[in-house]
Design a protein around this ligand. Structure first.
Ligand SMILES: Cc1cc2nc3c(=O)[nH]c(=O)nc-3n(C[C@H](O)[C@H](O)[C@H](O)COP(=O)(O)OP(=O)(O)OC[C@H]3O[C@@H](n4cnc5c(N)ncnc54)[C@H](O)[C@@H]3O)c2cc1C
Length: 474
C-alpha cells in the first residue's frame, strides 16, 4: 500500500463509487471499511429465518438504475441484475382501488380519474429527455447543463408537496399519490421544496420501473466492489478508522462518513472553524423498520398492490401530511406513513418457495426509542386484513440499532442528513466545492454531500472529480 493516490474511508455506494471513479483513471486506491462486509446502507442479510434474504437498508433503486454514473459502469458483468416490477408504486386507499404508478403514463393517468389529464400534463414534458434532467438534478448546485428542463422542474419543485398537490389536483387519488412519493423526503410536506422529491420520484417511475437487485441489494455494492478490485484496488473490511494516522500514506483521503466523523477523524488536520461548522450539521429524524418472514404474500385487499415494488401505506394526502408533521415535531403518529417494499414478489430467490419477505419503515423523531412495530403492522392490516396472521418471524430496528449498525446514521437518520431548502445543496457546509475541505488532501463523499441520500453513487463520483483535480495539480 505504499504511495497510494487515494484512500477511501467507508464502502457504502458513495465510497465505492468514489473509489471506482478514481481507479478508472489509473489512480491507486484503497478502501477501508469498518464492517465485516462492504456496502454500508446497501447490504442484505438473513435477518429473520434461514432462507429469507432481507435488505437491511436500501431496497428499491430508481436512483440506482438511473444514476448517470452507475449507467456508465459494467456492473452487470460483476453480477448486478436489476429486476423490474409490474408497477413502481401502489398506494392503497380506504375507498376504491389503489392508486398505481405504472411505467405507462397513459395507464397511470387512467387510474387517477378526474386528475388523469392534469397528472399527464405535469409529468409528460419531463419524459422527453429524462436523463438530461436527472443528470442536472443528481448533481451539486451549478449552472445546469440543460437549463430549460431544470427551470421547468425548478418552478414546480420549490413548492411544498402539500401546496403543489392541492394546486394541481382536485381529487384524493392524485393528491395521495403525490404525497406518497414526496414522503421520502423525511420532512413535513408543508415545507418548501418537498414537491421536488414528489415530482422526481413520479418522473423516474415513467422512465424505469423501480427495480430491486436480484439476490438482494448487496448485489449492487458487491458488483461495485468486484469491479473496483478488477481495476487493481484493494478493499479492507473490519477496519474502522478513528484517526488519520491509522491510514497508509496517500495523496488524497475521501470520507464516506457523516460530517461529525470527518471532524473527529481529521482532528487538527482541519481548521477548528470548519470542524465547528461540520458539528452543526443537522441529521434530522430517524427511522423504525420491521422485516418479516411471511408464509405467503401480503394479503392486500386489492391484489393489484402485489404488482408494485413499493407500496406507500398511509392513506390520503392529509393523513400523510399529519404523520410527517408529527414525526418532525418529535411525536409518534398513531397512523404512520410507511414505505413498504415487497422484494420477494419480484425476486423469488429472497424467500423459500411460496413464502415471502416483507419490509416496511416509518419515520420517527431523531433518537427515538419507541417501538413502532404495533403501529406499523396495524397500518398494513388496515389495507391488507390478515397480514399479521402471515407472520412467521419479525426483526425490528430502532434508531439506536441503525446507528450501531452504521455510524453514518446519526440518531437513526437514514438519508445522510436533513435535505430541506437550507441543507439540500449546502451540505455538509456552504462551500463552492462541497466535496472539498480546507485541507487540500481531504474530501467528503457521503450522502451528506449533494445530491444527498439514496443509492446512486453521485456524491462519490463528484467527490472523486474534485480529488482528481487536486491530484492533477499536485
Ligand atoms: C432503512 C433504510 C432504507 C433505505 N432505502 C433506500 C432505498 O430503498 N433506495 C435508496 O436508493 N436508498 C435507500 N436508503 C438510503 C441509502 O441506503 C443511503 O443513502 C446510502 O447507502 C448512502 O450511501 P453512502 O455511501 O453515502 O453511505 P453508507 O451507505 O452509510 O456507507 C458508509 C459506510 O462507511 C462505513 N464507515 C463509516 N464510518 C467509518 C469509519 N470510521 N471507518 C471505516 N468505515 C466507516 C460504514 O460502515 C458504511 O459501510 C435507505 C437507507 C436506510 C437506512
Amino acid at each position: 500500500m505504499a504511495d497510494l493516490d487515494a484512500v477511501v474511508i467507508g464502502s457504502g455506494p458513495n465510497g465505492l463509487a468514489a473509489a471506482v471513479a478514481l481507479a478508472r483513471t489509473g489512480r491507486s486506491v484503497a478502501v477501508f471499511e469498518a464492517a465485516g462486509e462492504v456496502g454500508g446502507g446497501t447490504r442484505s442479510a438473513e435477518l429473520t429465518l434461514p432462507g429469507f434474504t432481507h435488505d437491511v437498508c436500501s431496497a428499491v433503486h430508481p436512483m440506482g438504475i438511473l444514476s448517470p454514473f452507475f449507467r456508465e459502469l459494467p456492473l452487470d458483468e460483476h453480477g448486478l441484475v436489476w429486476l423490474s416490477p409490474r408497477a413502481s408504486v401502489a398506494h392503497p386507499l380506504d375507498d376504491g382501488p389503489p392508486v398505481m404508478i405504472y411505467r405507462s403514463l397513459e395507464r397511470t393517468a387512467a387510474g387517477l380519474g378526474v386528475d388523469g389529464a392534469r397528472y399527464a400534463r405535469l409529468v409528460a414534458p419531463f419524459l422527453e429527455r429524462p436523463h438530461e434532467l436527472l443528470a442536472d438534478v443528481m448533481a451539486p448546485l451549478r449552472i445546469p447543463a440543460h437549463p430549460v428542463g431544470m427551470l421547468r422542474f425548478g418552478v414546480r419543485a420549490i413548492f411544498s408537496a402539500n401546496r403543489l398537490a392541492r394546486l394541481l389536483f382536485r381529487g384524493d387519488r392524485a393528491r395521495a399519490l403525490f404525497a406518497g412519493c414526496a414522503g421520502h423526503a423525511v420532512l413535513p410536506l408543508s415545507q418548501p421544496f418537498t414537491a421536488a422529491l414528489g415530482l422526481l420520484f413520479a418522473i423516474t417511475a415513467h422512465v424505469e420501473d423501480w427495480p430491486v437487485a436480484r439476490g438482494g441489494s448487496h448485489a449492487i455494492t458487491h458488483a461495485l466492489a468486484a469491479y473496483l478490485k478488477s481495476l487493481g484496488s484493494v478493499i479492507e473490511t473490519n477496519r474502522r478508522i478513528t484517526r488519520l494516522g491509522e491510514l497508509p500514506p496517500a495523496r488524497a483521503v475521501l470520507f464516506d462518513t457523516s460530517p461529525d466523523q470527518l471532524a473527529r477523524i481529521a482532528g487538527d488536520a482541519l481548521p477548528a472553524r470548519y470542524r465547528r461548522r461540520l458539528e452543526r450539521y443537522r441529521y434530522g429524524p430517524g427511522a423504525f423498520k420491521v422485516d418479516w418472514a411471511l408464509d405467503g404474500p401480503i394479503p392486500w385487499r386489492d391484489p393489484s398492490c402485489r404488482e408494485a415494488s413499493t407500496v406507500h401505506v398511509g392513506g390520503t394526502l392529509e393523513e400523510i401530511c399529519a404523520s410527517e408533521r408529527d414525526m418532525y415535531a418529535g411525536r409518534h403518529s398513531e397512523r404512520p406513513y410507511l414505505i413498504l417494499c415487497q422484494q420477494s414478489e419480484i425476486d423469488p430467490s429472497r424467500a423459500p418457495a411460496g413464502q415471502h419477505t416483507g419490509y416496511a419503515y416509518c419515520h420517527v423523531p431523531h433518537g427515538s426509542t419507541i417501538d413502532r412495530t404495533e403501529a406499523i403492522e396495524a397500518q398494513i392490516d388496515r389495507f391488507a386484513p390478515g397480514f399479521r396472521d402471515r407472520i412467521l418471524a419479525r426483526h425490528a430496528m430502532n434508531t439506536a440499532w441503525f446507528e450501531h449498525y452504521n455510524p453514518n446514521y446519526v440518531g437513526g437518520a437514514i438519508t445522510g442528513g436533513v435535505a430541506d431548502a437550507l441543507q439540500l445543496f449546502n451540505r455538509p457546509v456552504t462551500r463552492l466545492d462541497p466535496y472539498s475541505t480546507p485541507n487540500p488532501r481531504l474530501f467528503i463523499c457521503s450522502a451528506a454531500t449533494p445530491p444527498g441520500g439514496g443509492v446512486h453513487g453521485m456524491g462519490g463520483y463528484f467527490a472523486a472529480q474534485s480529488a482528481l483535480k487536486r491530484l492533477a495539480r499536485a
